[in-house]
Design a binder for this molecule. Sequence first.
Ligand SMILES: [Zn+2]
Ligand SMILES: [Zn+2]
Length: 294
Amino acid sequence: MLKAVILGSGAAIPTKERGLSSVGLRFAGRVYLFDCGEGTQRQMMRFGMSFAKVDSIFVSHSHADHIVGIAGLAQTLDLSGRREPLRIFCPKGAAGDVEALLSIGKYGYPAVVSEIGEGAVLEGNGFSVKAFQVAHSRPSLGFVFEEEGRRNFDEKKCAALGIKGRMFGELEAKGEIRVGGKTVKYESVSTAKRGAKFAYSGDCVPGKGTVAAARGAHVLVHEATYASDKEEEAREHLHSTAAQAAAVAKKAGAGRLVLTHISGRYKTPELHLLDARKVFPETVAAEDGMELVF
Ligand SMILES: [Zn+2]
Ligand SMILES: [Zn+2]
């Protein structure tokens, strides 16, 4: 199970309602941050996400509204006595900007900045993170966080075959057991269950790469800086409109679309939702503090 909290849903300039870009993902007691705009640490405090549990930060690109929060968060982690490394992953060419932010402070733990390309980024206990390329005005990546799939026992089948107690563990470990004079295979008494899949676009124009990477995602958090009234502007600044984000979600067969990075020019996301839901009904507009459990 994954829990995502929208920590900042605004674009470029914060507003009273919207902080700058960040999504916190909680998995197995750890927190993974996707972008870390200015004020992210305070948003974490407001919305009950422990900054002490931050494991890694995935940076989509080095525009200020996505990275400035790293400086303050890194300092707070030091003052809170962190000793374990903080891993920061960013696109090629972005490490210098992240390191410049980190150079403001001193830390009693290693802050390790790595430039990455498309593909596998991190393999952890029960999850993996992959990056995919997106088109924006500087080198940019989107990310996919996927929980490992698992198998669930079919209780009826197991009971009928007389499988009980320790036999379950043995079946899982060995792949088969002998019971009642028969060999029973693990696959024949269990069903596969996909792990939860989360996709994050960062800033980008709509692209095939996002469609492919977000295929079957339970939740796709896609930027939608503009609505249909500013399509020209979206193209010019290499951003997406809500309808374009919805088309990506539809092609990817996503479960839910969350529109984020919403320009402060919109007082409400009404037009975004109207545009997007025509294409992809399972759309919501991000709000700071919004929680998604999947
Ligand atoms: Zn941005
Ligand atoms: Zn940007």
